[in-house]
Design a protein around this ligand. Structure first.
Ligand code: FES
Length: 516
């Protein structure tokens, strides 16, 4: 049921049972708030959301007052603004003015509201209370008790979301502070969300603390690829970082709201596991001749491979060609691989080599450590793991996508088998022990550097766009497969019209109803 209310003279339709704050946010009218968070029950402790309701003598809390038919609300009347100034004055009576050294500066709600409503001379002349500046709250979390405004978002998160309940408000009156209960530290897989929840700079994490200022960071939407959930994230980075070869340096990962996938949260595995974006990257397209490495272009590599495969075709030796794929590729790339290697060339040796599974939980983290296992299954390439013995037997040309292949075998056995295969080509985003055993290495981008779609473990297909600039020589796997298919003149009617990722997705959806 809907009710009609008037906010600042604008008639707004709101769902019955929603609060004034929710209704006004939906209508695009922001009401300042610090303790309210849509994931929890309202607490009503900060008083920043006070509004004036016609006919009521006192100002009311927008975060906990429910809408009623005909309610007339003022969110910016002189009374409301005066009240907000007073609330800020009280909050800042104890909060230190250390924005120049605070990691939250630039994205602090208290700082923003002070800019908007404050800018007044405080009337408090008392010396501020001294509190602990570096209380170890979690394995990676530091609590600055002087900055804490006791909004209790952290307490409610630990009570209502993770249900681990490690922290609470201890002591009374002016001595009130956030304290830990029985456990010694907040040490679970979802602790990093507390740094995002804290509206001020009270909870910071050791990973980001004092590393940079937030206004230097660029922020782009992406998907986490470290498990099968496909959590929606923001990647935050310095563009053009001068001290690395890369066109940027990533500083942090933050959760991006998606009610269907990860709500407001991400796990610490995804949050702190971003080093792979910048470190150990494969950056040169090379061919090895004896002990010498020469640089190559994508066109030359594709031409070389075309010649080899055509030769094998002529001699009836296509069964000697083996391909190893992985499910960290996008739906489009897996589909193109199926169309070329299985449907087009009719290869028998097409394998799947993923990173080994890890421990999952019943919240977000899945046990598979790859983002598109479900997409792989729906596209219908059989999930056959590579066997060294079968590879060793009569394989003359081996194309490996991804570096995980190396982690699934004993290094000595792997070296032994690969040394027996005359030609090996690796398309990989990262360096690995495989590099020394390959004849051609083609660097590839990671998901954050390309576009396409991924299917998460619940079967939700999610598009992604490049969040980071890709390395100069990196070749997206989809482009490589398309070029190879065109050069080999396999199924021209299918491959030739495909000029964009969207066109590949349309072809995929036409063929497999799951993707419609
Ligand atoms: Fe309403 Fe804090 S947001 S009291």
């Amino acid at each position: 049921m809907k009710v009609k209310i008037i906010i600042d003279g604008k008639t707004v339709e709101a769902a019955e049972g929603s609060t004034i704050l929710q209704a006004s946010e939906k209508a695009g009218l922001a009401i300042p708030h610090l303790c309210y968070h849509p994931a929890f029950a309202p607490e009503g402790s900060c008083r920043m959301c006070l509004v004036e309701i016609e006919g009521l003598p006192k100002l009311e809390l927008a975060c906990s007052t429910l809408v009623r038919e005909g309610l007339k609300i003022q969110t910016k009347s002189p009374r409301v603004v005066e009240a907000r100034k007073a609330v800020l004055e009280f909050l800042l009576a104890e909060h230190p003015l250390d924005c120049p050294i605070c990691d939250k500066a630039g994205e602090c709600k208290l700082q923003d509201y002070f800019e908007e409503y404050g800018l007044f001379e405080s009337r408090f002349r008392e010396i501020k209370e001294k509190r602990e500046k570096k209380f170890r709250l979690g394995k990676r979390l530091i609590l600055d008790r002087e900055r804490c405004i006791l909004c209790t978002r952290c307490v409610r998160y630990l009570g209502e979301v993770t249900r681990t309940g490690e922290a609470g408000v201890v002591h009374r009156g002016i001595r009130s502070e956030i304290g830990l209960f029985e456990s010694e530290l907040i040490d679970h897989l979802y602790s990093g969300n507390l740094t995002e929840l804290c509206p001020v700079g009270a909870i910071t994490d050791t990973d980001f603390r004092f590393k940079t200022r937030v206004w230097f960071l660029e922020k782009k939407a992406s998907l986490c690829t470290l498990c099968g959930r496909g959590c929606n994230i923001f990647i935050e980075f310095h563009p053009g970082f001068p001290r690395t070869k890369l066109p940027r340096r990533v500083y942090r990962i933050r959760a991006r709201e998606n009610p269907m996938v990860n709500r407001f949260w991400i796990c610490d595995f995804g949050r702190y596991g971003y080093a792979y974006l910048d470190e150990n990257r494969q950056d040169r397209l090379v061919q090895k001749k004896g002990n010498r490495k020469t640089t190559l272009t994508k066109e030359k590599a594709v031409g070389f491979l075309t010649e080899k495969i055509n030769g094998m075709k002529l001699m009836g030796r296509l069964p000697w060609l083996a391909v190893v794929l992985h499910s960290g590729l996008s739906n489009e790339e897996i589909f193109l691989a199926r169309k070329l290697f299985l449907d087009g060339l009719g290869l028998e040796k097409v394998f799947l080599s993923d990173p080994p599974p890890g421990k999952g939980d019943d919240f977000l983290l899945t046990s598979e450590r790859t983002p598109n296992k479900r997409g792989w299954q729906e596209i219908g390439i059989p999930s056959v793991p590579p066997e060294l013995l079968s590879l060793a037997e009569s394989t003359h040309l081996l194309i490996i996508f991804g570096h995980h292949f190396a982690s699934n075998f004993n290094p000595a056995e792997l070296r032994n088998v690969l040394n027996r295969i005359p030609m090996k080509i690796l398309l990989s985003s990262h360096r690995s022990p495989l590099d020394d055993l390959m004849d051609i290495i083609i660097p590839t981008p990671v998901i954050a550097e390309k576009s396409g779609t991924l299917t998460n473990s619940d079967g939700i297909v999610q598009p992604f766009e490049p969040a980071l600039q890709r390395l100069e020589e990196a070749v997206p796997e989809g482009d490589f497969i398309l070029d190879l298919a065109r050069e080999l003149k396999v199924d021209r009617a299918f491959f030739w019209p495909l000029r964009s990722t969207e066109a590949v997705y349309r072809a995929l959806a036409d063929e497999i109803p799951f993707f419609k």
